[in-house]
Design a protein around this ligand. Structure first.
Ligand code: SAH
Ligand code: MG
Length: 194
C-alpha cells in the first residue's frame, strides 16, 4: 500500500493535482479517529488521494466522494481499485451541486472549487448527521487570504479570495455551528453542529 500512496503523490506532483498537504492530512486522520467518524462525504475527489488515505488509516470508515472532472474521476477509480478499497469508497462522477444524496454522513469534507463553498455547505447540510462536522480545506487559499487585495494581480484569484473570505464570515455568523480555524497546511475550518 505504501507504493500506491507514493505513486499518487508522484502523479500529483507531475500533473499539478492539488492533493491535501501532509500536515492537514495528519490532522484530519487524527480527527476522524478521535471522533469515531464512520461515514464521510468528500466533495472533490481529484485522483482519490485523500479518500484512499482516510480509508487505509481507518479500517471501518466508508467514504462517498464526488468529482466532476472525467480524467481525475477515472484516475481515482483506478487508484481505488489498486488499493482494493472498492467496498468502502464510492466514487461519483458528477458536479456536486447537481448531486442529490439520501444518505447521512458524520463528516463532510469540502475540498472542491473554493468559490463554491457556501453553496456546497448549503447543498449538503441536509446530509449531515445531527452531531456532524463540516471540515473545509484550503481556507487560506495558498496564503492569499492573508494578503492585501492590492497585492494580488490576477482578477480571477482576487475573486476566489473574496469568496473564501465570504465563506469564513458565513461560518462565523452561522449560529448552528461552532467553527474553529486550524492554522496548519493551507488552513482547515472545523465546523461542529451545535
Ligand atoms: N480531495 C483531494 C483533492 C481535491 S482537488 C485530495 O486531497 O486528494 C479539488 C477537486 O475538486 C478537483 O479535482 C476538481 O475537479 C473538483 N471539483 C471542483 N469543483 C467541483 C464540483 N462542483 N463538483 C465536483 N468536483 C469538483
Ligand atoms: Mg485541498
Amino acid at each position: 500500500m505504501e507504493n500506491i500512496i507514493q505513486e499518487m503523490e508522484q502523479y500529483a506532483k507531475t500533473y499539478h493535482v492539488p492533493i491535501i498537504e501532509k500536515e492537514s492530512l495528519d490532522y484530519l486522520l487524527t480527527f476522524l479517529k478521535e471522533n469515531q467518524i464512520k461515514k464521510v462525504l468528500e466533495v472533490g475527489t481529484a485522483i482519490g488521494y485523500s479518500a484512499i488515505q482516510m480509508a487505509l488509516n481507518l479500517p471501518d470508515l466508508k467514504i462517498t466522494s464526488i468529482e466532476r472532472d472525467i480524467d481525475r474521476y477515472q484516475e481515482a477509480v483506478e487508484n481505488v481499485r489498486k488499493a482494493k478499497l472498492e467496498s468502502r469508497i464510492t466514487l461519483l462522477y458528477q458536479d456536486a451541486l447537481d448531486c442529490t444524496l439520501e444518505d447521512t454522513f458524520d463528516l463532510i469534507f469540502l475540498d472542491a472549487a473554493k468559490a463554491q463553498n457556501i453553496n456546497f455547505f448549503n447543498h449538503f447540510e441536509k446530509n449531515l448527521s445531527s452531531k456532524g462536522y463540516f471540515i473545509t480545506d484550503n481556507i487560506f487559499f495558498h496564503g492569499m487570504v492573508e494578503k492585501d487585495e492590492s497585492e494580488i494581480e490576477s482578477r480571477n484569484v482576487r475573486g476566489i479570495v473574496r469568496k473564501t473570505k465570504a465563506y469564513l464570515a458565513f461560518l462565523e455568523e452561522n449560529k448552528n455551528y461552532h467553527t474553529e480555524i486550524i492554522k496548519i497546511g493551507d488552513g482547515l475550518a472545523i465546523s461542529e453542529r451545535t
